[in-house]
Design a protein around this ligand. Structure first.
Ligand code: NAD
Length: 301
């Protein structure tokens, strides 16, 4: 079995690396915070001293970091992965970042004889814990084939979507659909509430029809019960939509709905709501109507 280095032990990386340990892989782990490293070493992993040290001791190096700048620092920075990685090793970046940065990282890795795959995930912390993430990869088929058994220990669907960057394009497409879905749900439920209907009754009436969706099933109950505990934070969705808009600009593509929802999210972040669950995008539309979507709401309330 290949030796795995795992860098970035946050909300997602910690349970994902635990699943690799459970599957019998040997892990070297590293994070800039010592707390999660200590938790993983107690569970059987070895401690890496830096990104470079972790890479030097691994055949496959997984990174799970917040955004492009952190990935660039961890891979190309001083003490980074490429200072330690052996030629023939493979970097699998599972962070959600701009596909343009994925391509830049792949080129930097190639210059050192290191393979690169982007493999962002969807499903959030519960699926990271269960090992049932949806993983969307981009890279050479032969590199994908080599690391697929490792990815299958973290996800229930693992799909090669195209060359390097394709995984993150797919993830951005996913994030566009989720954000616009939440905003549309907000408009629908605000209208129904203003009309004097119970939003829970409306949700139950439509969820089996064409408007039904995984997003609606997961997020409408949260809005109706006013539970905005994350889940997936608004500020992470802001990062994803920014990356989608930057990628779209580089390809000369207009994304008017994405731009609009991004403006809503910016306003919410300025109100201090960046750490709420992204279902709280609905509160922007509520604010414009002067009404809250909640059980038992009445018209004009
Ligand atoms: P997080 O902020 O909880 O974890 C990131 C970890 O990276 C932190 O522990 C941080 O200390 C570490 N880190 C940062 N820079 C580092 C460096 N240079 N070297 C080593 N460690 C470093 O974030 P998360 O929620 O685990 O998300 C990780 C990625 O997964 C993000 O791109 C996010 O968009 C994506 N994602 C998150 C979710 C979710 O529900 N949280 C779902 C799907 C995808």
């Amino acid at each position: 079995m290949p030796q795995i280095g795992f860098i970035g032990l946050g909300i997602m990386g910690k349970p994902m690396s635990r699943n690799l340990l459970k599957a019998g892989y040997s892990l070297v782990v590293y994070d800039i915070f010592p707390g999660p490293v200590a938790e993983l070493t107690e569970a059987g992993a070895e401690r890496g001293e830096s990104c470079a040290d972790t890479a030097a001791r691994s055949d496959v190096i997984v990174t799970m970091l917040p955004d492009g700048p952190e990935v660039e620092t961890a891979i190309c920075g001083s003490g980074g992965v490429l200072e330690g990685a052996r030629p023939g090793s493979t970097v699998v970046d599972m962070s959600s970042i701009s596909p343009l940065v994925s391509q830049k990282m792949a080129a930097a890795c190639a210059a050192k004889g290191v393979e690169f795959l982007d493999a962002p995930v969807s499903g959030g912390e519960p699926k990271a814990v269960d090992g049932t993430l949806a993983i969307m990869a981009g890279g050479k088929p032969e590199v994908f084939d080599k690391v697929q058994p490792i990815l299958q220990k973290m996800g229930s669907t693992v799909t090669l979507t195209g060359p390097v960057g394709a995984g993150n394009v797919t993830k951005l497409a996913n994030q566009i659909m989720v954000a616009c879905n939440i905003a549309a749900m907000g408009e629908a439920l605000v209208l129904a509430t203003r009309a004097g209907l119970d939003p829970e009754v409306v949700f139950n009436a439509v969820k089996g029809g064409l408007a039904g969706s995984t997003v609606l099933n997961a997020k409408a109950p949260m809005v109706i019960s006013r539970n905005f505990k994350p889940g997936f934070r608004i500020k992470l969705h802001q990062k994803d939509l920014r990356n989608a808009l930057l990628a779209a600009e580089s390809m000369k593509v207009s994304l008017p709905l994405t731009s609009l929802v991004q403006q809503m999210i910016m306003a919410l972040m300025n109100e201090g709501k960046g750490d709420l669950d992204h279902s709280a995008i609905v509160t922007f539309i509520e604010g414009m109507a002067g009404i809250e979507v909640k059980k038992g709401s009445t018209a004009g309330a």
